[in-house]
Write a protein that binds this ligand. Structure first.
Ligand code: UD1
Ligand code: UDP
Length: 380
């Protein structure tokens, strides 16, 4: 008798859910796999928004999120809960995506529990342990502990090889964010915020911890200056609910006639907003990957990026959290048609929309065996 393999798929935050949903959906069609979904709920409603959109129902929900959670407490609580989950779920393999605290603690708990861990979006590196903070450390830990490294690009594979990760455990699959984006873009998403059709839309997102304080205030000052100087634009800024972001963004930008602040948009209308945007200002990892595929220039509000491919292609540009750079480069794209066209070329260095199928194919080879006839799971 063959027994289905229990695959525990973990999601904690909004981007993890977006990027794991295609993997979860593809795994669920595999007869050898008994898929279980664990939501740590490091994010609460932003996670739920995405899970609802893709019809993913968690089997276990840790409901971890607390207002303005501190990193040490979050890490400790996640680790404690993960020990219980691993004991009760007895997974044959665990998958998680990216570089959040959820992912780092899951990788560590799997190491302690001697459960093979698959890292989706493996091998991204900035080379500076403090930037992005704490994500670079989270990636390095996950990368040291993973059994399967699903690298989105060749560049990510090379980063892992340089760290001594065995070649046979690295697979270049593309990024599953493009799978998710294609699924959602095909639904012709509408934006649920009032926009002036006569104005060019500048879409903004920002949430990085290393930008909290002065850098984030500089970003807001720059957004205000851009809106002051250009009557033919409208800024749409769905504000990340981290209180360190919300407080400053509303203090500095609310009430401006050309700046619309709103709570985070659901993924469907957010994709609609990216499609409608003239350009995007963002420090988001996911947006750096999605916008090039939609042909939208991104000015990245960070000094470095672990996603160099789009920068090298010339469709994404680093401007840092620096007032003069942000205002100057935005104005250039608004005024100089040639400069704009060079960045709005619609290239997709991060994938072709088939990453999830590749990941599932690799797991099938590693774990799958023959097709099972009965529903028995987890018997060792
Ligand atoms: C987290 C990740 C970051 C990722 C980002 C995606 C860590 C340390 N950080 O950052 O890598 O890029 O998610 O968005 O893993 N909050 C809500 N509702 C929500 C979500 C968050 O109110 O649905 C508020 C809460 O007050 C929460 C705070 O935001 O405590 C911070 O959440 P947290 O997950 O710790 O950090 P993020 O800044 O969201
Ligand atoms: N996103 C969204 N609604 C928003 C802002 C972003 O659905 O209001 C999506 C975006 O398209 C991308 C993901 O959220 O897929 C990025 O999440 P975030 O910027 O929070 O995290 P990061 O990618 O930086 O880890």
């Amino acid at each position: 008798m063959n027994i289905k393999k229990r695959i525990l798929c973990v999601v904690g935050t909004r981007p993890e859910a977006i990027k794991m949903a295609p993997v979860i959906m593809a795994l669920k069609t595999e007869p050898w796999a008994a898929v279980r979904v664990l939501a740590t709920a490091q994010h609460r409603h932003m996670l739920d928004q995405v899970l609802n959109l893709f019809g993913v129902e968690p089997d276990v929900d840790l409901d971890i999120m607390r207002p303005n959670q501190a990193l040490t407490t979050l890490t400790a609580r996640l680790l404690l809960d993960m020990e219980d989950v691993i004991q009760s779920e007895k997974p044959d393999a665990v998958l998680a995506q990216g570089d959040t605290t959820t992912v780092m603690t899951v990788a560590l708990a799997c190491f302690y529990g001697r459960i093979p861990f698959g890292h989706v979006e493996a091998g991204l590196r900035s080379g500076d342990i403090s930037n992005p903070f704490p994500e670079e450390m989270n990636r390095v830990v996950a990368g040291r502990l993973a059994r399967w490294h699903f690298a989105p690009t060749e560049n990510a594979r090379q980063n892992l090889l340089r760290e001594g990760v065995p070649q046979h455990s690295i697979y270049v699959t593309g990024n599953t964010v493009i799978d998710a984006l294609q699924t959602v873009a095909a639904k012709h998403p509408e934006i649920d915020v009032a926009l002036d059709p006569s104005k060019r839309l500048i879409l903004v997102t920002a949430h990085r911890r290393e930008n909290f304080g002065t850098p984030f205030r500089e970003i807001c000052r720059a957004i205000r200056a851009i809106a002051d100087r250009n009557e033919n634009i409208q800024v749409l800024y769905p504000v990340h609910p981290n209180p360190n972001v919300t407080r400053v963004a509303y203090d500095m930008l609310e009430g401006h006639p050309r700046i619309s602040l709103c709570p985070p948009l659901d993924y469907l209308p957010f994709v609609g907003a990216m499609q409608r945007a003239y350009l995007i200002l963002s420090d988001s990892g996911g947006v750096q990957e999605e916008a090039p595929a939609l042909g939208k220039p991104v000015l990245v509000l960070r000094r470095e990026t672990e996603r160099p491919e789009a920068v090298e292609t010339g469709v994404v540009k680093l401007v840092g959290p620096e007032f003069n750079n942000i205002v100057g480069e935005t104005q250039r794209l608004l005024d100089d048609e040639q400069a704009y066209k060079q960045m709005a070329r619609g290239v997709s260095p991060y994938g072709d929309g088939k990453a999830a199928n590749r990941i599932v194919g690799i797991l099938r080879q590693s774990l799958g065996g023959e097709v099972v006839a009965d529903e028995t799971v987890g018997v060792i």
